[in-house]
Ligand binder design. Structure first.
Ligand SMILES: Cc1ncc(COP(=O)(O)O)c(C=O)c1O
Length: 463
């Protein structure tokens, strides 16, 4: 069985070229000069922020509405256009809301998503407010419980605010869970061979350090059905299994696992479930109470438009209570008062990332969650149909459209791919992978970006 590569140091990963960084520099220059919306919006919002800060002086913690801009700087196109001409609608969204240069086709938001302008603005404003000490609160996070922000994110994720903590990324959340659980030698953790390095290494460390057994079950890369995946994993749970840890959507190929059914089956056997949801929030509706996992780790800087450096840690109340903090400050043991926020007592951090994350969530809501998921899936369908017409590659993504969302995977038959990587770089097309390649799509992706990618593949690989 093929072991999927983990993302970091992926052998075929394409490095940014000089051409690419020039385009980005140009975009930033335009942004800094205040062109196309953001400059004007920034001054106006800064005046608003100053007025708001004057009126909230001495009012204690700032509310999310005063810390994270929600509304797009340029109005979104009319929803009627989305229905009549989706391509025109989403192209206008890209031009109005993103800093991506026109020539850039970025087909890898699955590694790190793209911050839209309103998020960028929220981050900048947050930093500015911090520099001005515009409110009486210290401009940071790390000793704060951030109730309004947690409430807003919790409502989106279908959990209670007291069950949710912010972390720096999904890796950290997974590490907090694995390191914080009391397991004894001989206890077994079941996971899969398709985990990201961050979803499995936390368990490998625990196995090396404390004598637990880690079983990495081989999952089929191209299963026929969800039932096949469910059966493979549930049948691996044995009498010593204490934990089942798996990705809701896998990193190497974008495969969607039957998370709710897996959690239900594990719970029926008294097994704790850890859901690595790095690719879930922003790619499909997440309702943590309905999913029924004990723990969830999220990565909003992938699909939720957040700036890099944001993560989510969820635990059911009794699951959180049994978890030891791995990083501790005052309040680490205040289970009833702080609840999940005791895992946020981690020392001084940059608050603008959290403000940006909330702005990203609001941006998603402004676009309409369902509309975003539908667009992502439509782009994936377009790419799959293009891939199926090419005989120099195999489609790894399974036939059943319920088994993928916004990420698909293909495998080139030829392994001499250097000319392809060079051509993609020259054409300003960003992808992740090697002979097996993952393509991911978000609202900034144009159908023409996908067509351009396959056009380059045709030129290089069609004999
Ligand atoms: C399934 C999965 N888990 C965890 C991670 C790590 O996420 P982060 O970089 O936010 O820590 C990734 C990153 O790609 C991932 O794909």
């Amino acid at each position: 069985m093929e072991r999927p590569p983990s993302e970091p140091n992926h052998p075929g990963a394409i490095r940014p070229s000089a051409h690419e960084s020039l385009s980005r520099r140009e975009a930033l220059r335009r942004w800094a000069l205040g062109g196309a919306g953001i400059g004007a919006g920034w001054s106006a919002r800064r005046a608003q922020a100053q007025a708001a800060s004057a009126s909230t002086k001495n009012a204690g913690a700032a509310t999310p509405s005063s810390t994270a801009s929600a509304s797009p700087l340029e109005p979104l196109p009319e929803a009627t256009l989305r229905r009549s001409d989706p391509e025109a609608y989403w192209t206008r969204v890209r031009r109005g809301q993103f800093l991506l240069p026109e020539t850039r086709a970025f087909l890898n938001p699955g590694s790190l998503g793209v911050m839209p302008r309103p998020v960028m603005q929220a981050v900048v404003e947050s930093l500015q407010r911090g520099a001005e000490y515009a409110t009486d609160t210290v401009p940071r996070w790390g000793y704060e419980s951030m109730e309004p922000e947690r409430a807003e994110m919790a409502a989106f994720l279908g959990c209670a605010p007291g069950e949710l903590a912010f972390t720096h990324n999904c890796t950290e959340a997974m590490g907090f869970i694995a390191a914080g659980l009391d397991l004894k030698p001989g206890d077994e953790v079941v996971s899969t061979n398709q985990e990201h390095g961050s979803g499995i290494s936390c368990w490998r460390v625990k196995a090396a350090r404390s004598g637990i057994t880690l079983r990495e079950v081989d999952l089929p890369v191209s299963p026929r059905s969800s039932a096949e995946l469910l059966d493979r994993l549930v049948s691996a749970l044995g009498p010593r299994t204490r934990v089942l840890s798996f990705s809701g959507i896998t990193s190497p190929t974008g495969l969607v696992l039957p998370s709710r059914e897996l959690c239900e089956a594990a719970r029926a056997r008294g097994v704790i479930t850890v859901l690595d949801g790095a690719h879930m929030d922003g790619q499909l509706p997440v309702n943590l109470h309905e999913l029924g996992c004990d723990y969830f780790a999220g990565s909003p800087h992938k699909w939720l438009f957040a700036p890099a450096g944001c993560g989510l840690l969820y635990g059911r109340p009794e699951a959180l209570d049994r978890l030891w903090p791995s990083v501790a400050s005052g309040g680490w043991d205040n289970k009833t008062g702080l609840q999940a926020a005791r895992f946020m007592m981690v020392g001084t951090n940059n608050r603008s990332t959290i403000d940006g994350m909330i702005a990203g969530l609001r941006f998603l809501k402004a676009l309409g969650e369902e509309a975003v998921y539908e667009r992502q899936h439509a782009l994936a369908a377009h790419a799959l149909s293009a891939a199926r017409q090419r005989n120099y590659l195999e489609v790894v993504t399974p036939e059943d459209p319920r088994l993928h969302r916004a990420m698909i995977s293909i495998r080139f038959k030829n392994d001499a791919l250097e000319p392809l990587w060079t051509a993609l770089r020259q054409e300003d097309i960003g992808v992740l992978g090697g002979q097996r390649l993952r393509l991911s799509f978000h609202v900034h992706t144009r159908t023409s970006d996908i067509d351009r990618f396959f056009g380059v593949c045709d030129r290089i690989l069609r004999s």
